[in-house]
Design a protein around this ligand. Sequence first.
Ligand code: BEZ
Length: 361
Amino acid sequence: MRGAIALAAAVLGAGLAVSGAQAQAPKLKVGLMLPYSGTYAALGTAIENGFRLYVTEQGGRISGREVEYFKVDDESDPAKATDNVNKLVKRDNVDVLVGTVHSGVAMAMAKVAKDNDTLLIIPNAGAVAVTGPMCGQTIFRSSFSNWQPGYAMGEVAAKRGHRKAVTITWKYAAGDESAGGFKEAFEKGGGQVVKELSLPFPNVEFQPLLTEIASIKPDVVYTFFAGGGAVKFVKDYAAAGLKKSIPLYGAGFITDGTLEAQGADADGLLTTLHYGDGLDNAKDKAFRASYERAYKMAPDVYAVQGYDAAQMLAIGLDAAKGDVGRKADMGDRRRDQGACRPGPRLPHVRHGHSDLPGPVP
Ligand code: BEZ
């Protein structure tokens, strides 16, 4: 009996020692660099919500370290990106950067992260370069590359018998790569992109381009827009009378998080994406229920990617025993030998993502 009491005391003592050590572990400083204003503002908020939800579910800790947040509104402005990311890296001294939505801003973040050996998890921006030519041991992505949904839709459009397409998008990496993916698969399938229309980000003066589409009369239009711009584009497309005669296809960002605001104008639109809200798996159902309880609204793809970014951080940091200095233990060791490839490789997060067809660019 005395032995049992001694053992219980020893176990209790060990428990106290562990929680004492946890309490002393330095806080994990997470720098959220996201758009909180402008056309992508809702996307940034959804990503932060998803990220915080996962951390809250873990008792506010990742790898035993209490999470402390630092925030910068990047305004989706590449011209301000280097200064903005330096606020988090040099002023706030964060352990990990999480961001962002806009590909141009993400490329600047990746450069600063690389130069300073800071961990970066990208929860949206699909710029091919950040996990391609710019890839590195400290750079991870919990989303997609811009090329992927476009390529998938190019295949679908060709298989549905369309032959003459027009693409329309914002003129920056995301739009170019998305439309490029579409064109690649569409033309492989026997179609032809006869006109590539674009306007500068975040311009929403679509009317002259819609007039041009009406005069070209393609049998399908492929588009990449997101956030506030996506709402306006879908409404303008319908108001111009094009919805009745020319099917509108797009990367799923055209309707994700925006469908409610688009209303009936989005009816009949066809999209491809790496996530869908009707997924039938337990993990995704639990996530959606938890998100709806916490925020009183349904999650979208951006919320999923934020949640997955936090899971990714937890898996990587656990592998490094909570030490952000042990970068080589967090990911795929092949990265060290220059074997980076686009898309999230390791650590692998299971959520609801389905693999998109087609080769990795
Ligand atoms: C991008 O800039 O990479 C992007 C922005 C919004 C949705 C998807 C991609």
